[in-house]
Design a protein around this ligand. Structure first.
Ligand SMILES: Cc1ncc(COP(=O)(O)O)c(C=O)c1O
Length: 410
């Protein structure tokens, strides 16, 4: 078996050379935003230096090149998740994709008394758009409950499904607990009892697990570019072709029309382009294309195996620190580890760790219902990526021991 090329990978991410507060950067906040390899940074710079123009707008060379780059990227992204090109919609991020679905599909295909199933571990972006839809369309939201081990109580799912269930919207991986949800098992249960659509929020899944939308048989799979080593401001919504064809555009305006008249209804172009109104973020798309190519070169299976080793290594070390409370499941857990030091506020821990150059995420992680379940105002979260190494985790453990001493002295 070939060794995981961690040294080479780390050398591809220039930011990892930063010194923060006189310490080498220990970046453990990749679940919030993954760092970018040179290939992504260079591709974007090259595009802006040499090829930049408005895509889908002009007939001149630069515009045609921009359009080509965008459409080639669409094909590569489709291949990456085993979809077809017409099923890939470019959006700003995961949040925008969920809002698109809630507003386009939700407002047109749900009715009074229908219900939608979410889970108690969702990010706010996968709760709030549905709450607004539920209020407007008078539909009911039900939640698959969390368990104290940080997994979903799947035994209670069957009871939530009935012939009025229109959608299950569920995260692939919890952004707080790292739980890898057993999607195939859950989707099978839903499909046996209803014709509900399945939306998978892949914000935390896409960079850490192989994704095959055919195997999952999901109707939507969505993710943000910035969590898979791509630029901010670009994301992807996969939707089954037939479904996208039925759905009306949501954000409307230029670039997506067949005809506009002052007296008749506007007619729109085909999907996926009818969902991409306004000037597209081609620079972002170029960067995302390269980020996905980079992930493919390393191999998503290898990345998963590397991160899985790190999770076991980190759990073993961290659980030896007295007073440290770990949250989340013991197995089927991705590259995220959430904890608190006794009752100390996560902000205090995060600020002190930053003094040692250690970047973690603190607070409620846009998942207040999850915090409420565990009866805490916030948690500390260390999250890993393909470039994280054991030294990062050793530095975290060492830093936490020092932080604990400091906090306990107060
Ligand atoms: C599970 C999950 N869903 C949705 C989002 C929202 O992603 P974005 O802010 O890129 O729209 C996040 C961001 O952290 C997330 O972790």
């Amino acid at each position: 078996m070939t060794m995981y090329p961690i040294k080479k990978i780390r050398s591809d991410f220039p930011i990892l050379n930063r010194i923060i507060n006189q310490h080498p950067l220990t970046y453990l906040d990749s679940a919030a935003a993954a760092q970018k390899p040179n290939i992504v940074i260079d591709a974007q710079a090259h595009y802006y230096r040499n090829e930049y123009a408005a895509a889908h707008r002009g007939i001149h060379t630069l515009s045609a090149e921009s359009t080509d780059q965008m459409e080639i990227a669409r094909l590569h992204i489709a291949n990456f998740i085993n979809a077809s090109r017409e099923e890939i919609v470019f959006v700003k991020n995961t949040t925008e994709a969920i809002n698109l679905i809630a507003n386009s599909w939700g407002h047109n295909f749900t009715n009074y008394g229908d219900n939608i199933i979410l889970t108690e571990m969702e990010h706010h972006s996968n709760i709030v758009p549905w709450q607004i839809l539920a209020k407007n369309r008078k539909i009911i939201l039900n939640y698959i409950p969390l368990t104290s081990s940080g997994t979903l109580d799947i035994s209670s799912l069957s009871k939530l499904i009935n012939h009025r269930t229109q959608l299950l919207s569920i995260s692939h991986i919890s952004n707080v607990l790292g739980t890898i949800n057993p999607l195939i098992e859950i989707i099978n249960i839903v499909k046996k009892k209803s014709d509900a659509l399945i939306l998978v929020d892949g914000a935390q899944g896409i960079a850490h697990q192989p994704v095959d939308v055919q195997k999952l048989d999901c109707d939507f799979y969505i993710f943000s570019g910035h969590k898979i080593y791509g630029p901010s401001g670009i994301g992807v919504m996969y939707g089954k072709k037939k479904l996208l064809q039925k759905m009306p555009p949501w954000i409307v305006g230029g670039g997506i029309v067949q005809n506009v008249s002052l007296i008749q209804d506007t007619t729109f172009i085909e999907s996926p382009w009818k969902f991409e109104s306004g000037s597209p973020n081609v620079g972002g798309i170029v960067g995302l294309d390269k980020a996905i190519a980079y992930v493919k070169t390393i191999g998503i299976d290898k990345i998963y195996a590397h991160e899985d080793q790190l999770i076991h290594y980190a759990t073993n070390i961290l659980q030896k620190i007295p007073g440290l409370i770990l949250y989340g499941p013991k197995s089927m857990r991705s590259s995220i580890i959430a904890f608190n030091i006794g009752t100390h506020h996560s902000y205090d821990v995060g600020i002190l760790l930053n003094q040692y150059g250690i970047a973690i995420r603190t607070g409620h992680h846009c998942a207040i219902p999850t915090m409420n379940y565990f009866k805490v105002p916030g948690m500390c979260r260390a999250s890993f990526a393909m470039y994280t190494n054991k030294e990062d985790i050793d530095r975290l453990a060492h830093g936490l021991t020092k932080v604990q001493c400091l906090l306990n002295q107060q």
